[in-house]
Design a protein around this ligand. Structure first.
Ligand code: FAD
Length: 365
């Protein structure tokens, strides 16, 4: 893990702000990181991956989050795509497709549609058998990293259930439309995707059979929630670091900002946020590694809490840096915009709360 973290630090350097302003990460950087297996580091060694545990992959993801949330978002997409292939692919599909993703091919996942946001049961994209082929039609929105991707994991209706289909972005009928100037994670390659009579070999359907839509999306999203949660830990750490050093070095009214109690209180709350989010992520990754039945709710809890802490911490960091933090592309200004989006994706605040409320009710005897 240390070696991969060093590689990430070297590749990002001090360029995250420039990528944010430009709205893009250089493709060669992503391919290099992908080719080293950093972007989906949990893929087992037998498929060419680094075989990291959930916990180690989580800490690596947090490290990416401290450096650049756009890059971390690309990592989440690649990891989610790899996990979906690993979980639902046949042996042959896993061998071929996971090897491609650890050689530098880039992937994105496409669940959301204009009428299917929080409610993924409304997915309308169709996957229809036609001899040895399948034909896809649909409209996907806000697919992170799809502007860079070689392949999309598309979720659609198939036979009497659903399927995830590996769709090459260069296939005839696929149109990828990058979303201009998103609020945050501006270099994450968000795009809408049109699928118009996209004909592919039937072997592109993961597992080759239909599965229940809810099962398919929940399993893929669990990886995404854990990854986003750890990414939020990274945002919190970056903000805490920037705020603490500024509060120590900058003086007003004859003493460092940190010695003004109202500023110190912000720092204390940021520290609590970092510790709380980290512990919840460690617990959820522990559930992942031990295949605990608690995993699904632990990942929702970690994501919900970490995203809330990231949004509050980023806001407090801008407050402490004040004018020094109000520069577009700077660490805390970026974090402020990026963190808000973490409260929307992989289950919004409200959707997470609904799931957690069910968990609370289960405890009533
Ligand atoms: P809506 O579902 O319309 O919700 C609007 C508001 O209503 C929200 O506050 C929501 O919490 C609330 N709400 C909805 N239903 C309920 C309810 N039952 N009870 C209470 N409140 C409710 N999608 C992908 O497929 N792949 C990606 O890689 C991807 N990346 C994304 C990256 C970013 C930066 C963003 C912004 C979005 C991304 N998405 C992606 C889409 C994302 O998953 C959806 O935006 C998210 O699920 C919310 O859907 P929506 O935006 O349509 O909001």
């Amino acid at each position: 893990r240390e070696e991969l973290a060093t590689l990430l630090s070297e590749e990002v350097g001090d360029r995250a702000g420039d990528w944010d302003l430009a709205g893009a990460i250089p493709l060669e950087t992503l391919r290099r990181l992908g080719g080293e297996g950093v972007l989906c580091a949990e893929v087992p060694a037998e498929f060419g991956g680094r075989g990291l545990s959930g916990l180690d992959n989580g800490e690596l993801t947090a490290h990416a989050g401290t450096l650049c949330s756009s890059l971390r978002s690309v990592m989440t997409s690649q990891g989610m795509a790899a996990w979906t292939i690993q979980r639902f692919g046949t042996r042959e599909q896993r061998s071929k497709e996971l090897a491609a993703l650890t050689r530098g091919d880039l992937a994105a996942v496409a669940f959301s549609e204009p009428q299917a946001g929080s409610d993924l049961s409304a997915i309308a994209t169709t996957v229809v058998d036609d001899g040895d082929s399948v034909v896809l039609n649909g409209h996907k929105v806000w697919s992170t990293a799809s502007a860079y991707a070689d392949v999309l994991v598309v979720f659609g209706r198939y036979q009497d259930g659903a399927a995830a289909v590996l769709v090459p972005t260069r296939a005839p009928g696929v149109t990828v439309r990058p979303i201009p100037q998103p609020l945050g994670c501006r270099a994450a390659g968000h795009a809408d995707v049109l699928l118009e009579d996209v004909r592919l070999p039937a072997t592109r359907v993961l597992s080759g059979a239909s599965v229940a839509l809810g099962l398919l999306t929940t399993i893929a999203l669990t990886y995404g929630r854990l990854s986003v949660a750890w990414g939020c830990v990274g945002i919190i750490r970056a903000c805490l670091g920037a705020a603490a050093s500024h509060a120590r070095d900058r003086e007003q009214f004859g003493k460092p900002l940190a010695e003004h109690q109202l500023v110190a209180r912000h720092l204390a709350e940021m520290y609590v946020a970092e510790q709380t989010a980290t512990r919840l992520c460690e617990h959820a990754s522990g559930c992942w590694d031990s295949r605990s039945a608690e995993l699904s709710s632990a990942s929702v809890l970690a994501k919900h809490a970490a995203a809330g802490h990231a949004a509050h911490t980023a806001s407090a960091a801008v407050q402490i840096l004040a004018s020094a933090g109000s520069v577009d592309g700077g660490t805390v200004a970026r974090a402020y915009r990026d963190a808000k989006l973490m409260q929307i994706i992989e289950g919004s605040e409200e959707i997470c709360q609904l799931i957690l409320a069910e968990r609370a009710l289960e405890r009533v005897t």
